[in-house]
Ligand binder design. Structure first.
Ligand code: UFG
Length: 329
């Protein structure tokens, strides 16, 4: 298929573009480059600079490149920022997708893979979390993603649209070779912050909350390698190519690690004994988020290959060592 990857110059997007390059699909990247990086996309791939809110231009691109399916990563994705700037999140995430769906409808493109998030579950009462669990997000980011999931279900019912919505747990790690990786400004995620501390760019890791109801008192998360996420997008496209029908899937390794375990593993992998400062809880952090990914394993045959914590951290470490300032060099 001819596949448009919206947000393909971002973190998960660029790894998915690299995975798609190894398939028979033809890829075009569409990115406004506000958060994305030109350097994250190989020179073999056409990169079109544009914004999802420009529906006319988007339609022109869909028609010109005879696009069959869209993989949609283009969104704002920081939980804390979403609480301070809700307007930006509703505009970029909800209106942006509304505009994309309108362009797809008028260009006759009927297949979509959508980036959703574990944040749609809010504070789940138990784990592993299944797709049927209640969706009660506790932050604006999660609410915008859930609003889009509702829009997709309604469009799929009424119009020619088939979609796969992928609810990522904690994306981490980097592609082999250390050429593409995670580069956010500002960085808020645990693993890159830990590794920047190991590199000596930061004085200490701040550990948010040591009084959670978990074994060691720190939050437990399900870290999943970005290349395993990328592979799931390829499977989702193949499912849509076969008219497999609309689906919502969790994507996690199904294993939980505490913040302390992440820090200890990072110390072992890097060989650096960096400083850790214990801080109060960060607002809005659920104690435990661990996925059941049984549905996508069963239905699409997804099998994470790189999502053990050591492999995740070692691959991210290779990227940060090679690119201490991210893409800006
Ligand atoms: N943490 C620290 N110190 C830091 C950064 C994070 O202790 O400097 C802790 C957090 O409190 C949390 C864990 O490390 O317990 C992981 O935090 P991240 O910021 O790396 O990731 P989150 O779990 O907060 O966020 C992830 C995704 C979001 C998604 C969210 C769902 O990145 O997109 O899960 O809750 F919305």
């Amino acid at each position: 298929m001819n596949v448009l990857v919206a947000g393909g110059a971002g973190y998960i997007g660029s790894h998915t573009v690299a995975a798609l390059e190894k398939t028979a699909h033809k890829v075009v990247v569409f990115d406004n480059l506000v958060k994305g990086h030109v350097e994250a996309v190989s020179e073999q791939v056409l990169l079109i600079e544009g914004d999802l809110l420009d529906a006319d231009f988007l339609k022109h691109v869909l028609v010109t490149y005879e696009i069959d399916a869209v993989v949609h990563f283009a969104a704002s994705s920081l939980v804390g920022e979403s609480m301070e700037r809700p307007e930006e999140y509703y505009r970029n995430n909800v209106l942006g997708t509304f505009s994309l769906l309108g362009a797809m409808k008028s260009a006759g493109v009927d297949k979509l893979v959508f980036s959703s998030t574990a944040a749609v579950y809010g504070e789940p009462a138990s784990w592993p979390i299944e797709e049927t669990f209640p969706t009660t997000p506790t932050n604006v980011y999660g609410r915008t993603k859930l609003a889009v999931e509702g829009m997709l279900a309604d469009y799929a019912r009424a119009y020619d649209l088939q979609y796969v919505s992928l609810r990522y747990f904690n994306a981490a790690g980097a592609a082999e070779g250390g050429n593409i990786g995670e580069d956010h400004a500002p960085e808020t995620h645990l693993i890159p912050l830990v590794l920047k501390t190991a590199l000596g760019q930061r004085k200490a890791v701040q550990l948010f909350g040591t009084d959670y109801p978990t074994e060691d008192g720190t939050c437990i998360r399900d870290y999943v390698h970005v290349d395993d996420l990328a592979a799931a997008h390829v499977l989702a496209l193949d499912h849509l190519a076969k008219d497999g029908g609309s689906r919502v899937f969790n994507l996690g390794s199904e294993k939980g690690f505490s913040v302390r375990e992440v820090i200890e593993t990072a110390k072992r992998v890097t060989g650096v004994d960096f400083a850790v400062e214990e801080r109060p809880r960060r607002a809005g952090d659920p104690a435990v988020l661990v996925a059941s990914s049984a549905a996508i394993r069963r239905e699409l045959g997804w099998q994470p290959q790189k999502s053990d914590l050591e492999t995740i951290i070692a691959s991210a470490w290779a990227w940060h060592q090679k690119h201490p300032n991210g893409y800006a060099e």
